[in-house]
Ligand binder design. Sequence first.
Ligand SMILES: Nc1ncnc2c1ncn2[C@@H]1O[C@H](COP(=O)(O)OP(=O)(O)OP(=O)(O)O)[C@@H](O)[C@H]1O
Ligand SMILES: [Mg+2]
Length: 113
Amino acid sequence: MKKVEAIIRPSKLKAVQRGLKEADIPCITVIPVKGTGLQKTYSERYRGTEQSMILHSRVMIMCVVSDNHLDKCIEVIKENASENQVGDGKIFIYDVQDAIRLSTGVQGNEAIL
Ligand SMILES: Nc1ncnc2c1ncn2[C@@H]1O[C@H](COP(=O)(O)OP(=O)(O)OP(=O)(O)O)[C@@H](O)[C@H]1O
Ligand SMILES: [Mg+2]
């Protein structure tokens, strides 16, 4: 099992969610976040704030998928979230030890579908 965290532009959320659903990955958690990546214009100022200190609104999509679904999940996010521009976001992937569905007590891969 893997946890995928994708930090993307809010405008891409609908397309990514649709793509994941079509790829049999319907279970996601979405969290509004603010953040900054590598900014190249260190000296510019916007309304008195140094450009590199501005926190941009992004959306974090979190999903836990079986190892079998991982490649497809990443492909869908890359296809739907990228404008091939700086600030598109990033994907982080983690190992997950286990999952438990509370309604049935089912554990493991069965619990995440
Ligand atoms: N290493 C990181 N750790 C945690 N969050 C990150 C990291 N890198 C990027 N982020 C998050 O992702 C968002 C988008 O990052 P962004 O795409 O600007 O990354 P970047 O490294 O600057 O690459 P790019 O050159 O594409 O702009 C950031 O606003 C931040 O919330
Ligand atoms: Mg950036």
